[in-house]
Write a protein that binds this ligand. Sequence first.
Ligand SMILES: NC(=O)c1ccc[n+]([C@@H]2O[C@H](COP(=O)([O-])OP(=O)(O)OC[C@H]3O[C@@H](n4cnc5c(N)ncnc54)[C@H](OP(=O)(O)O)[C@@H]3O)[C@@H](O)[C@H]2O)c1
Length: 316
Amino acid sequence: MAVHDTEEAGGPLTQPAGHRHPHHPPDPHGRPRIGIVGAGRVGTALGLAFSRAGWPVTAVATRDTERRARFVALVPAARAFASPPQLVDEVEVVFLCVPDDAIGAVAAELRLFSGQALVHTSGALPAELLAPARAAGSSIASFHPLLAVADPRRAVEDLRGATVALEGDEALIPMLATLAEAIGAQPVRIPPGGKLAYHAAAMLAAGGLIGLLDGLAEVARGAGLDERGALAIYGPLMRQSLTNAESLGIGPALTGPLARGDAGTVAAHLDALRRLAPGTLGLYRAVAEREIALAQREGELSGTAAGSLRALLDGA
Ligand SMILES: NC(=O)c1ccc[n+]([C@@H]2O[C@H](COP(=O)([O-])OP(=O)(O)OC[C@H]3O[C@@H](n4cnc5c(N)ncnc54)[C@H](OP(=O)(O)O)[C@@H]3O)[C@@H](O)[C@H]2O)c1
């Protein structure tokens, strides 16, 4: 295992003006050399996934010696460095896989050369955060794998079929889309300014669903069900609703007392929740208001019926 550190890397860290990359002979398949900064969960997972897909991952920069050793054990073709600026001279595409709060500061330490690209992997932040590293002829983008990465080896499998959101310079997107496809993922283009909305929607899909489940389990305790029982009963119903939404659309998939305008049932629910699970009233009300608006848009609920339901919720 060859772990190259600062000294071993050698070579000048500053280049004359107009310096153009790459120095290295081009990859026979025309694929750019990739360097990973930050061999944490995502950096290690992507380095491994890219190299297994046959893309040249030729450098890693990470400060921790154990992380450097682990990365090179998984990706033996990579030269390892202790600091990000040293890596820039080695590759054409730099993946910045450091915590969101560190991306701007690390980018500010880097100076790209013409023909190079800098990419971060945050879901919430825009590519523009990398602008301090820009030089003429370079490009920036973000490449966000939409999955929870805990173990890098496991994540390589999970990347197959996952979505990768791409945002940034137009010229860079086709190469990043090809790279995402090479690791088995589904590339999706996010328009400029769309990152935070994309990430907030992802929060609702993941943590939001779990928050809903937690409220549901509290309500189900009033019916004598424990958490396992609640999941066993309502899990299939939730999956069915998702399947209906995917095949019919969200509006037509809406079912239940709010879609029917069944005010008596809703009043009885609210009464039961007040007694058995008062902490879930806010969640019930928020979801119910959303359902009423949706049922109205679908033409399922008249304005009068919607008004009666809203009045019940307002009194809850
Ligand atoms: N984990 C996920 O599920 C997930 C999913 C999609 C996207 N992301 C995004 O991927 C990026 C990395 O997340 P992660 O979960 O892989 O984080 P992580 O496991 O904490 O790894 C980040 C690595 O960056 C290095 N680092 C930490 N602070 C640094 C600093 N101030 N300056 C330079 N390097 C620093 C650390 O390595 P050294 O100490 O060795 O330098 C660390 O191993 C974030 O932008 C995150 O939003 C995460």
